[in-house]
Write a protein that binds this ligand. Structure first.
Ligand code: ADP
Ligand code: MG
Ligand code: ZN
Length: 606
């Protein structure tokens, strides 16, 4: 593969070389002809420099070319509109100088048109065709192999007319981007006070949540040129083309600063280096390296801001996230119920709604839908309306569309029943309460019952406050309690339990077991490490690898069970004590789907 590529490279260079020399040669002929003038010629004849003159009439008489050959053997030529005048001129000059410069007159050419005009054209055309043919073959019939475009960036420069108000919801994300817009509008305001503005901002989040839209809106608000390019545009057959496109892109951008470069789907280029299978990744690595070089190469206040979007931040090369590159990361989440309502309103602007349509209700039943899903939903509904020859959408159109969008195709945002939502709300509220009450736990940052792309029904996220080197016994127990909180809440409220807590329970068990077997935190079993690190080997009998007997094994199991049980009881007591908060929190979650630290802590004040 590699060999073949370099072979092709050779032909590519050869043909380009031939083509260029062909053009140079033709140019040269022309330029030489125009340099030598009739006046030069008269001077030369008078000076006795000219040995003989050849007159070459062209096909369109009386024009032609005069060739003057010097005694030294050199030849000069110039074009004239009337060749017979030159004959007369030489007769005159001969008489005046009392010499006899011989004049030869060529016959009017017959085939010269073909030789002079058509043949070079044909040669060039053949070369160009050959070149194109090769290009296409190499790109597997892919991209449009426009020769001149080849090493150039594929970025399209445009002025965006999207405005922030076209982006519904995403309030926090928009606030985060406000300063970037301000900076692009008025860079000196920032540089005056020595502020350094991030060079790169990475928008991260599931597909369809409006990252591309947001980037366009920033450009539109700031009123600056916007270069958009997709990560995959950099990937080409020839090694080095991607890198040269990156270089080209940044060059263009510098000329147009202040401006925005938007690299969509940046994961195509910025994947972790050296992880590819096989050897064919040198192109991507070169491209990525070039991108890093360019980002390091301009100073923060050049007026270029590089925005990038990805839905796979986990596979990005960590180098890209280093300070001075994409040092700002903005997570674009799936919208909560309010966000969904706003998005529906935006997309309903161009779609007349019947008076029975209740967008609020639609927003409530579409938990987990992204902006793109919602747009799609309304689009389906309008297709339905059109099929019925109606000029407006009815609620029933939306319901039918919902079934199609929600069930059709393996939707990541599957339709979630009210009951499931309620269970999730209480489950997460249970976790959240324990986070809040237990002294060694970090405060709650977000509680959400919007399903994640990874299959969790919701999540409670703490805000890590302090980095700690050690886990204390107390903290480990509190960890276990928090893990059990979801399950406890489900039990208390619904008198029944779901399978949703299985990973919580696994986490609690592992914690308890490591307290006993690794950290010597159990009084009964003492300061002994029972964990020889081999128990995870698959295909081996557990009994063979452990270094202790059956009795000890039973004792460990008992101890783990008793730790978990104690934690469970303590946690349950806490949740029971704050049952009013549990209800309030669950209700607020059902209403808003995602609540912030302030909203959660507000529940405790009332
Ligand atoms: P991403 O780049 O995150 O995959 P896009 O920005 O391409 O998503 O969004 C796709 C489409 O979904 C948009 O063109 C728009 O119609 C709709 N959309 C997504 N998010 C929003 C939003 N917050 N407000 C309005 N429309 C949205
Ligand atoms: Mg996108
Ligand atoms: Zn849980």
């Amino acid at each position: 593969m590699l060999k073949r590529r370099s072979n092709n490279m050779f032909w590519y260079l050869l043909i380009v070389g031939a083509f260029i020399s062909c053009i140079l040669w033709m140019n040269n002929l022309n330029s030489q002809a125009t340099q030598y003038t009739k006046n030069d010629f008269i001077q030369d004849v008078n000076a006795g420099e000219v040995e003989r003159v050849v007159l070459a009439p062209s096909k369109d008489v009386p024009t032609g070319t005069v060739y003057a050959y010097a005694k030294s053997g050199e030849g000069y030529s110039f074009h004239v509109t009337d060749i017979s005048q030159i004959e007369d001129l030489i007769t005159e000059l001969n008489a005046a100088n009392a010499v006899n410069v011989p004049v030869y007159v060529r016959a009017i050419p017959e085939e010269s048109w073909f030789v002079n005009q058509l043949l070079p054209l044909l040669i060039v055309a053949a070369l160009v065709m050959l070149f194109f043919g090769m290009m296409n073959a190499q790109q597997n019939g892919g991209a449009n192999g426009k020769m001149m475009d080849f090493g150039k960036s594929r970025a399209r420069k445009s002025e965006s007319d999207t405005k922030l108000q076209d982006v519904a919801g995403l309030k926090e994300e928009k606030e985060d981007l406000e300063e970037i817009i301000e900076f692009l509008k008025n860079p000196s305001k920032f540089t005056q006070v020595g502020a350094r503005i991030p060079k790169g901002v990475l928008l991260e989040g599931p597909p369809g949540t409006g990252k591309t839209l947001l980037a366009k809106a920033i450009a539109g608000e700031a009123g600056v040129p916007f270069f958009t390019v997709s990560g995959s545009d950099f990937m080409e057959m020839f090694v080095g083309v991607g890198a040269s496109r990156v270089r080209d892109l940044f060059e263009d951008a510098k000329k147009n600063a202040p401006c925005i470069i938007f690299i969509d789907e940046i994961d195509a280029v910025a994947r972790k280096r050296g992880t590819g299978m096989g050897g064919g990744h040198d192109e991507r690595e070169q491209t990525l390296n070039q991108l890093l070089v360019e980002m390091d190469g301009f100073t923060a206040n050049t007026g270029i801001i590089v925005l990038a979007a990805t839905n796979r931040v986990d596979i990005l090369d960590p180098a890209i996230l280093r300070p001075g590159r994409f040092d700002r990361k903005i997570t674009v989440n799936r919208p909560d119920v309010g966000g969904r309502y706003d998005i529906l309103k935006v997309h309903a602007k161009t779609r007349p709604l019947g008076d029975d349509v209740d967008l609020n209700q639609v927003a409530q039943t579409t938990v987990g839908f992204t902006g793109a899903d919602l747009e799609n939903l309304l689009n389906e509904a309008s297709i339905r309306a059109a099929m019925d020859d109606r000029k407006y959408i009815l609620q029933s159109d939306i319901q039918k569309a919902f079934i199609k969008v929600g069930i059709g195709s393996e939707k990541k945002s599957r339709v979630i029943s009210d009951k499931e939502k309620r269970i999730t709300a209480y489950h997460e509220a249970g976790h959240a309460i324990l986070f809040h009450v237990l002294p060694d736990m970090d405060p709650v940052y977000t509680v959400s019952i919007i399903p994640t792309g990874t299959g969790a029904a919701g999540y409670t996220m703490p805000l890590p406050e302090k980095d700690e080197m050690f886990l204390t016994k107390g903290k480990m127990k509190q960890d276990i309690m928090v893990s059990l909180g979801g399950r406890i809440a489900e039990e208390l409220i619904f008198g029944d339990i779901t399978t949703g807590a299985s990973s919580d329970i696994q986490k609690a068990t592992m914690r308890a077991r490591s307290m006993v077997t690794r950290f010597g935190m159990s009084e009964k079993l003492g300061l002994i490490n029972y964990d020889d690190g081999q128990e995870v080997f698959i295909g081996r009998d557990f009994g063979q690898t452990r270094s202790y007997g059956e009795e000890t094994a039973n004792a460990i199991d008992d101890e783990v069970r008793s730790i978990v049980q104690k934690c469970y009881e303590e946690a349950k007591e806490i949740i029971l004590k704050h049952e009013n908060i549990l209800h309030k929190c669950a209700d607020l979650l059902l209403e808003k789907e995602r609540i912030t630290r302030e909203e959660f802590e507000g529940l405790w004040e009332a």
